[in-house]
Design a protein around this ligand. Structure first.
Ligand code: ADP
Length: 166
């Protein structure tokens, strides 16, 4: 059985993430979407909330599981017997970081490959941080995230945004 890991922050999961995960699930027997516990980042949603949202939106995919991990992605991938780490690539600016990370990971664990899937054109501009920026100022995020995530963003931000009426 060939397992791939899709690691990330998923704060929150977007349609861009879901597209990459769905396409990975066609290529591999099993996909583990792994939410990283990164103490340096200051997330909007807790690990538990992010895992729960991912589980809900990915429930139609029978070969996709969701988990969280702490520490090095390659260590987690090895623990899960994964053969690949799959990352999405959007614009050129993603490339430098991803290239560096893939080389570091290859040095740490030479048997685990990093594979990149090119973003789908309609999702190329979507990022979790852009979604949060729009949502914080009360803008529409419909069509960028699933309806469930849209609802969770509204709940999370209730009372934070006063709107034009004050
Ligand atoms: P990280 O903080 O590890 O970059 P993210 O949650 O931002 O975590 O992203 C997880 C993965 O999903 C990364 O490989 C990222 O490039 C990819 N990704 C995020 N948004 C998109 C998108 N719109 N299209 C394709 N891939 C994406």
């Amino acid at each position: 059985m060939r397992t791939a890991i899709c690691p990330g922050s998923f704060d929150p999961v977007t349609l861009g993430h879901m597209d990459i995960i769905e396409r990975t699930s066609v290529i591999f027997d099993q996909v583990i979407v792994a939410v990283s516990r990164n103490p340096i980042k200051n997330p909007m949603f807790s690990i538990e909330e992010r895992v729960e949202m991912l589980r809900e939106v990915l429930s139609p995919y029978s070969n996709v599981a969701v988990d969280s991990f702490e520490g090095l992605t390659v260590d987690y991938a090895a623990e899960q017997n994964a053969v690949a780490i799959v990352r999405g690539l959007r614009v050129i600016s993603d490339f430098e970081n991803e290239f560096r990370m893939a080389l570091v990971n290859k040095t740490l664990a030479c048997r685990i490959e990093t594979l990149f899937l090119m973003t789908s054109a309609q999702y190329s501009f979507i990022s979790s941080s852009a979604i949060k920026d729009v949502a914080i100022f009360g803008g529409p995020v419909e069509g960028l995230v699933s309806p469930l995530v849209e609802k969770r963003l509204k709940e999370k931000l209730k009372g934070c945004y006063k709107g034009k009426e004050g």
